[in-house]
Write a protein that binds this ligand. Structure first.
Ligand code: ADP
Ligand code: MG
Length: 364
């Protein structure tokens, strides 16, 4: 259905896409992942002709996009949903959905409205037709944007980080709508940081790096058995939360929020998240004298996908006492608390002389 042939894009001296080639069949759902700045948005924008490619060719059903002059018609075939919704602020929800079809698809207003209402119903917003965008939550705005995209009857829907501008509580309602569309067989290319979602919904995953599709494959390959070095490093990075705690005035609330976001991304049970937060808080309490003495603690939280388990490790520089060994009553109490939050604990001394403690966090 879509063939991309050695697509290149440069902005002046900066060569962002250095030859992207692939073919995409009807009904495929493709997630595009990769480090920030690797050209994911640029690729979607080239497919939508919001950017003019500087090399290569794009075919849709054997029609060459890069040769065609009818840009609006092509944009309609591969319609895009943006990170920041891009709704028309001064038009109602319904008008946002009918403007394009009436103007560009030459639908009658009545026909456009009927379809718009059906789509609003599908995304759960039938009762918001007469609202203005600013009266909606972020999640609702993005669902309207998805409905507006569909109102153009696209063959392919392009979504550029559709949930990254949303409050975490609203991510799942938007993902649910996209999941539903995937089930209905809509062809989609989705740039996303929601790895669990990508695994769940996609038929193929593109890992982009070095200006190309560096590795592609079914989600099981990319997430569990990446073949190439950069993919492996990327996947490892996103599974790992790291922080250096180097001050007694550490912002514990910000740290909690960061840990919470990390857990949410992997759709971990709320209990696991809660336990991780309590553990970190307790460990910081125990090690407060060391923090006051200027020692820095390296905190890592790893998510093991296969075991669906969170593993917290803490690296303590030489001279810091092991918080898993209780020397007085007070420490004993803390230790009991830690053990209650853990499936198991362990420690080892590293070559550097630092002590590394490892705690497998209880999930339930
Ligand atoms: P991603 O979406 O993967 O984070 P982008 O496609 O947005 O990456 O950007 C890739 C690179 O291209 C970045 O270095 C970005 O700064 C640059 N870039 C994107 N759009 C433009 C533009 N219109 N003009 C100049 N540079 C751009
Ligand atoms: Mg981007």
């Amino acid at each position: 259905m879509i063939r991309i042939d050695n697509l290149g894009k440069r902005f002046g001296e900066l060569e962002v896409l250095k030859g992207v080639s692939t073919t995409i069949s009807k009904g495929e759902v493709i997630s595009i992942i990769g480090p920030s700045g690797c050209g994911k948005s640029t690729l979607l924008r080239c497919l939508n002709l919001l950017e003019q490619p500087t090399a290569g060719r794009i075919f849709v059903d054997d029609v060459e996009l890069t040769q065609s002059s009818d840009v609006p018609a092509l944009r309609q075939r591969m319609n895009m949903v943006f990170q920041n919704f891009n709704l028309f602020a001064h038009f109602t929800v319904l008008e946002n959905l009918t403007l394009g079809p009436v103007k560009l698809l030459k639908k009658s207003p009545a026909e456009a409205e009927e379809r718009a209402r059906a789509l609003l119903h599908m995304v759960g917003l039938a009762d918001r037709a007469d609202h203005l965008p600013h009266e909606l939550s972020g999640g609702q705005k993005q669902r309207v944007a998805i409905a507006r995209c569909l109102a153009m009857d696209p063959e392919v829907m392009l979504l550029d980080e559709p949930t990254s501008a949303l409050d975490p509580t609203m991510v799942s309602e938007v993902l649910a709508v996209i999941r539903n569309l995937a089930k209905r067989g809509l062809t989609m290319l989705i740039v996303t940081h929601e790895m669990d979602f990508a695994r769940d919904v996609s038929s193929r995953v593109f890992y982009m790096d070095e200006g190309r599709i560096y590795e592609e494959g079914p989600p099981g390959q990319i997430f569990d058995h990446p073949q190439r070095d950069r993919t492996k490093a990327f996947i490892h990075r996103i599974r790992t939360f790291q922080a250096v705690i180097d001050s007694p005035n550490v912002d514990i609330f910000a740290l909690h929020a960061d840990i919470g976001r990390f857990c949410d991304k992997h759709l971990l049970p709320p209990k696991a998240k809660h336990n991780a937060e309590l553990l970190v808080e307790e460990l910081i309490q125990i090690l407060m004298p060391d923090l006051m003495a200027g020692k820095a603690l390296g905190l890592t939280i790893d998510y093991s996908e296969s075991k669906r388990q969170l593993i917290l490790s803490l690296e303590l520089p030489p001279g810091v006492g092991n918080p898993l060994v209780a020397e007085d009553e007070f420490a004993e109490l803390s230790l009991r608390l830690i053990n209650n939050l853990a499936d198991s604990t362990g420690c080892e001394t590293l070559d550097s002389g630092a002590l590394k403690i490892e705690i497998r966090i209880k999930q339930a």
